[in-house]
Design a protein around this ligand. Structure first.
Ligand code: 0L1
Ligand code: MG
Length: 259
């Protein structure tokens, strides 16, 4: 058990999650063994991402999770979660990703936004929509470091919201992505939905992001990719192509391979 009242205890949990990721070995839920409050979980997440940047990775974006009513109800929560994306997680549109780098990856169909300028977290009048210059279809690869994808809200925050990979399709100038049909196909499996599953409208996700980033002091910088949340349930990613199509925005794909 780690003493999370100290930085050393927070660092120990970050190392445990980092080891799970780098060795591709699941770890039990932290909260199954000790209490973990959400404030501490965000400190663990920051330390965990710090281990990645310490190895040379760069933070290139942020992501939201729990943006659908179904997922919130399943977790018994009413708040979204925010995680960080690094350059090492990015997969080229149409490119491949080595499945050996994951534990039990799943693909989610998402809408991505691009920030054209820094967002001022301390300006009460900040308008995050005016900071966004482009929108695109995206695939997120989630890969919980926890055993069997079983975790509590605080657990998944600590685990950088299961962030593991992402691909972004062609950028279009910023416009509404409300009520667009979305399809995710992975091999023979397919899920269909609409962008309304993302907090009613993915633009609401941007407002929720600003609110969370203010509370958690997570910077929002020029050039960042923002993944707004999943439009359908995730599908397991195996040795197959994953393709996400968002009506009017186009499509994005990646392929899971064993090298
Ligand atoms: O929507 C998401 O990006 C999922 C966040 C984490 C929950 C999960 O791993 O299923
Ligand atoms: Mg997601």
């Amino acid at each position: 058990m780690s003493d999370t009242t100290t930085d050393a205890g927070v660092d120990a949990l970050a190392r445990r999650l980092d080891d799970a990721q780098t060795s591709r070995t699941e770890t039990p839920s932290i909260e199954a063994g000790q209490p973990l409050d959400v404030d501490t979980a965000y400190r663990v997440q920051k330390a965990l991402v710090g281990l990645r940047t310490g190895r040379g990775e760069r933070v290139v974006g942020v992501k939201l999770g729990f943006t659908s009513k179904a997922k919130m109800a399943q977790m018994g929560v009413s708040d979204v979660i925010v995680g960080r994306l690094t350059d090492a997680m990015q997969v080229r549109d149409g490119g491949t990703t080595d499945l050996a780098g994951y534990i039990h990856p799943k693909a989610e169909p998402e809408v991505a936004y691009r920030l054209a300028r820094d967002v001022d977290l301390d300006d009460p009048d900040e308008d995050i929509l005016s900071a966004v210059d482009a929108v695109a279809p995206a695939i997120e690869i989630i890969d919980s470091r926890y055993l069997d994808f079983k975790f509590t809200y605080a657990d998944v925050v600590a685990d950088n919201t299961s962030a593991a990979g992402f691909a972004v399709g062609p950028w279009s100038p910023m416009r509404s992505a409300a009520d667009l049909d979305v399809r995710l196909a992975v091999g023979d499996e397919e899920n269909a939905g609409t962008t309304a599953a993302i907090l009613g409208d993915p633009e609401q996700a941007l407002h929720a992001l600003l609110d969370m980033c203010r509370r958690r002091r997570i910077p929002l910088k020029a050039g960042y990719v923002v993944l707004a949340g999943a439009a359908t349930a995730a599908l397991p990613l195996g040795e197959a192509e994953a393709r996400c199509t968002v009506e009017g925005l186009g499509e994005v794909s990646l392929k899971g391979v064993r090298k």
